[in-house]
Design a protein around this ligand. Structure first.
Ligand code: 2HA
Ligand code: ZN
Length: 270
């Protein structure tokens, strides 16, 4: 067996969580990530028959039965992941229709997966149903996106349209728009189901006055999605309350989407 700490997936998780921490998206134990892994990717590093512990999940995820996930641990700090991956991360396989997580590696102090595991697994199910290549669900608390939540209406259309207006690249990076949920209690199946419902349409879901969920084919793509939304929100915050004398007009956004050949939410423009 090769050393799992040198595997591409642990190395990338350490690098991404460190960057997210330094960008101010993941204070203290804020945020969580889950990455879908193939058995073939794990095989050089792990005996997938050696189950360390069985942990109840509290939800059903029948379509994820037998699938493997690398998941950040509950109460763990992103700031600490790179220094202590075996304690802050875990690799689980879902069993019993998703009701049990079989721990194969990690959570070495006896811990378990993030409190947002339901939202992650339900989001994976929703995204895989529309995009079989989806691998990642990422949750964090980016500062400007959060700040924007307090001074902007929280609905899919107007939130998306404002973000699109803030940076030229936005409509090309997330042409499907962003879904927005109202403030809700986090960590339970209800917010998980609401997030998954939005994930049928969007790779990006804003949790009102809490943070953001993004999904994607790779860690890089998903990180880039958060980064782009957060950059647009930063421009919004930097210009909020000031007289706006220029904007990217709807006809220009349309021209942009057409020039780049992206399938965008036409009904989100006037
Ligand atoms: O504690 O971000 O939403 C991790 C969280 C909960
Ligand atoms: Zn959170």
């Amino acid at each position: 067996m090769q050393n799992i700490l040198n595997s591409p997936f642990i190395t990338e998780m350490c690098e991404i969580t460190s960057n997210m921490y330094r960008l101010g998206w993941n204070e203290r134990n804020g945020g969580n990530i889950s990455l879908l892994l193939d058995e073939a990717e794990l095989a050089p590093y792990l005996d997938t028959d050696a189950v360390l512990r069985r942990i109840p999940t509290g939800f059903d995820a029948p379509s994820l039965e037998g699938r493997f996930f690398l998941v950040t641990g509950t109460g763990k700090y992103f700031r600490r992941v790179a220094a202590d991956p075996e304690n802050t991360l875990g690799i689980v396989r879902l069993a019993d229709g998703g009701r049990t997580a079989e721990l194969l590696w990690g959570y070495s102090d006896g811990g378990k997966f993030t409190s947002e595991f339901p939202a992650h697994m339900m989001s994976h199910m929703a995204r895989l149903a529309v995009d079989p290549e989806n691998r990642v669900v990422m949750h964090c608390h980016p500062t400007n996106t959060l700040a924007m939540n307090y001074i902007h209406p929280l609905d899919d259309r107007s939130f998306t349209r404002t973000l699109w207006q803030m940076c030229t690249e936005c409509i090309v990076v997330f042409p499907e728009g962003v879904g927005v949920l109202p403030w809700m209690v986090c960590g339970n199946n209800e917010i998980g189901a609401a997030t998954a419902e939005k994930m049928k349409l969007y790779r990006t879901v804003v949790w009102g006055m809490h943070g953001i969920y993004c999904a994607g084919k790779s860690m890089e793509e998903t990180f880039g999605l958060v980064e782009t939304v957060e950059k647009a929100a930063q421009i919004f915050i930097l210009t909020a309350g000031k007289p706006r004398i220029n904007t990217i007009r709807d006809c220009e956004l349309r021209a942009l989407a057409e020039a780049f050949g992206v399938e965008y939410r036409r009904d989100f423009l006037d």
